[in-house]
Each structure stands twice: as structure tokens, then as C-alpha cells.
Write a protein that binds this ligand. Structure first.
Ligand SMILES: NC(=O)c1ccc[n+]([C@@H]2O[C@H](COP(=O)([O-])OP(=O)(O)OC[C@H]3O[C@@H](n4cnc5c(N)ncnc54)[C@H](OP(=O)(O)O)[C@@H]3O)[C@@H](O)[C@H]2O)c1
Length: 276
């Protein structure tokens, strides 16, 4: 699978499974665990999670799904802004490692800016890197002004920015996406299906039928065709986990890309970064 280089020299794969909403409801947990295990069996190379998801329960599910496997995927997790102090970041990371039964997180992100003192968070990230507890660090939900501040503080080590980005949310293309691309900072596109809303769009359904794939596959393939973009759809359903992975095989012609631009036009002016 294609991948992008991170400051540590590690490679981040372009595709993985998201875990938001997992672990929130005891009655759904067995199905969620089964979906994550199924994703790993199919070869999903990356899992995205966070201490926030199910207040640690999603990381527990990830740990359970990883147990006993010889090969482990690339692991992304995130620290809450209210934990992202000089010492709080380190304690939060250690709790996440324990829940996932791991000794290292591949990419550790500040979940959103909030009231964080970024210099303190980055100091903690550097200490975690030196201790081998994380390999790379980055941010999430950072608009251009926050990214510029991060760049001033981190000596070029911010490995990625995870943001809301999909066909129906193209605002970042005006300024943030080109800024990140110029610096070779991968963009992790979260809610790539707009949490399912995008799939109800008539234009997407029609074009997907023309291409010979499902609407979800078309939405994911569009993101996968964009340079520097990593895509992390969440599903707790076996069949959808399979369907989403098959988006990697969908090739989009210039005509289809042009149709998608007509149906979901790129921005013509600055739009503040949206967040879910
Ligand atoms: N950094 C952040 O602030 C942030 C914010 C949001 C999300 N994220 C990350 O990004 C991941 C993905 O985003 P998301 O979970 O918000 O939304 P999403 O991946 O766009 O959509 C997930 C929803 O779509 C459904 N779905 C998945 N595949 C489908 C398919 N092939 N056909 C029809 N429906 C399908 C899922 O239902 P089922 O589960 O029932 O299949 C679920 O309801 C998250 O799980 C999380 O890891 C990060």
C-alpha cells in the first residue's frame, strides 16, 4: 500500500480504520471489536483512535483486537487538549499505551487546539519521542494560523494535521491544503464519508453507478487520489469494512474527477476550518 514519509523516517499508510463512537455502548462492543479484528485480518495497515473515544474504551477495543497478532498496524492516537500540559501529555500517553497494551504509539496527535499552550505540549511530545513512547507527533483540527504557530515551535517535526476533509467539506483546499503540501505534511482526512451524510447525495450516487462502485467507495477513492492524503473511514460493520477497503482499487478518470468538481465545487475564498 502507498505511504508517506514522516519526520522519524517512518511511513504512514494512506488508509486505515477510524474508531470514533466505538466503546461508547456496551451492547455494541462485541460487534465493534469484531469489525476492527476483521479490518486487521483483511490487512488494514492503520488504526486511528483517541483517549476521548468512549473515554478510553475505544483504545481498549484496539488493544483487544491487536492481542496475539504477529504484525501490528500503524497506530495513531490523540491527547485531549485539557490533558496536553507538560506532564499531563506524558501521563495521558502512558494511559493510552496501557489500554492498547503497546510500548509505542506511531503517531500521537493533539486532538484540537483548545486552550493548549502549544510550547508545553510539544515539549512533552519531544520527551515522549526521546523515551521511545511515540515515534512521531502531530496535531488535529489546526487551521492555517495554528499550523504556522506549530511550525515556529516544532523545528519542522509536526508529522501531520488530521482535519475534517471530504467531498462535501472542501474548504481547506483554499489555503491549508496547499500550505501543508508545500511542506510535505500529510493530511489525515477524518469523517471521509461526512459520517454517512455524503452517501445520501444524489450526484454521488449517480456517479458511483457510472463508475461501477458504491457511493462510499467513490467518496474514499476521490480522497485517495489526492496527494498527501491519508483516509480513515470508520465502520463497525464487517461488510462495510470490506467495501471501504476496496476503494483502494477504484480508479477515477479525469472525466469523473471533473464531474465530482462540478457536483462538489472547490472553495473560492477562505473558509474557517470546520470541526466535528
Ligand atoms: N480528529 C478529530 O477531531 C476527528 C473527528 C472525527 C473523526 N475522527 C476520526 O476519523 C474517523 C472517521 O470519521 P467518522 O467516524 O467521524 O466518520 P466517517 O468515517 O465519515 O463515517 C462513519 C459512519 O459512516 C458509516 N459507514 C461507514 N462505511 C460505510 C459504508 N461503506 N456505507 C455506508 N455507511 C458507512 C458508519 O456506520 P457503521 O459503523 O454502522 O458501518 C458510520 O456511521 C473516526 O472514526 C475517527 O477515528 C477524528
Amino acid at each position: 500500500m502507498r505511504s508517506y514519509s514522516l519526520p522519524s523516517g517512518a511511513q504512514i499508510p494512506v488508509f486505515g480504520i477510524g474508531t470514533w463512537r466505538m466503546g461508547e455502548n456496551g451492547r455494541r462492543q462485541a460487534q465493534e471489536l469484531d469489525a476492527v479484528r476483521h479490518a486487521l485480518d483483511l490487512g488494514y495497515p492503520l488504526i486511528d483512535t483517541a483517549e476521548m473515544y468512549g473515554e478510553g474504551m475505544a483504545e481498549d477495543i484496539v488493544g483487544e483486537a491487536l492481542a496475539g497478532r504477529k504484525q501490528r498496524p500503524f497506530i495513531v492516537s490523540k491527547v485531549y487538549p485539557h490533558n496536553a500540559t507538560r506532564t499531563g501529555t506524558i501521563a495521558a500517553c502512558e494511559r493510552s499505551l496501557k489500554r492498547m497494551r503497546l510500548d509505542r504509539i506511531d503517531l500521537y496527535l493533539l486532538h484540537w487546539r483548545g486552550g493548549t499552550r502549544l510550547a508545553e505540549t510539544f515539549e512533552a511530545f519531544h520527551r515522549l519521542r526521546e523515551a521511545g513512547k511515540i515515534a512521531d507527533f502531530g496535531v488535529s483540527n489546526f487551521d492555517l494560523d495554528d499550523m504556522e504557530e506549530a511550525a515556529r515551535l516544532d523545528m519542522g517535526l509536526t508529522a501531520c494535521n488530521q482535519i475534517l476533509y471530504c467531498l462535501s467539506r472542501r474548504g481547506p483546499e483554499f489555503d491549508l491544503v496547499p500550505w501543508m503540501r508545500k511542506r510535505s505534511i500529510p493530511l489525515m482526512a477524518y469523517s471521509p464519508l461526512d459520517q454517512g451524510r455524503l452517501l445520501e447525495t444524489a450526484a454521488l450516487k449517480t456517479l458511483a453507478a457510472d463508475v461501477g462502485c458504491t457511493p462510499a467507495q467513490l467518496a474514499l477513492a476521490w480522497l485517495l487520489a489526492r496527494p498527501g492524503v491519508v483516509v480513515i473511514p470508520k465502520s463497525a460493520t464487517r461488510e462495510r469494512v470490506e467495501e471501504n477497503l476496496e476503494a483502494l482499487d477504484v480508479k477515477l478518470s479525469p472525466d469523473v474527477l471533473a464531474e465530482l468538481d462540478r457536483a462538489f465545487p472547490p472553495p473560492r475564498s477562505k473558509q474557517s476550518l470546520e470541526m466535528l
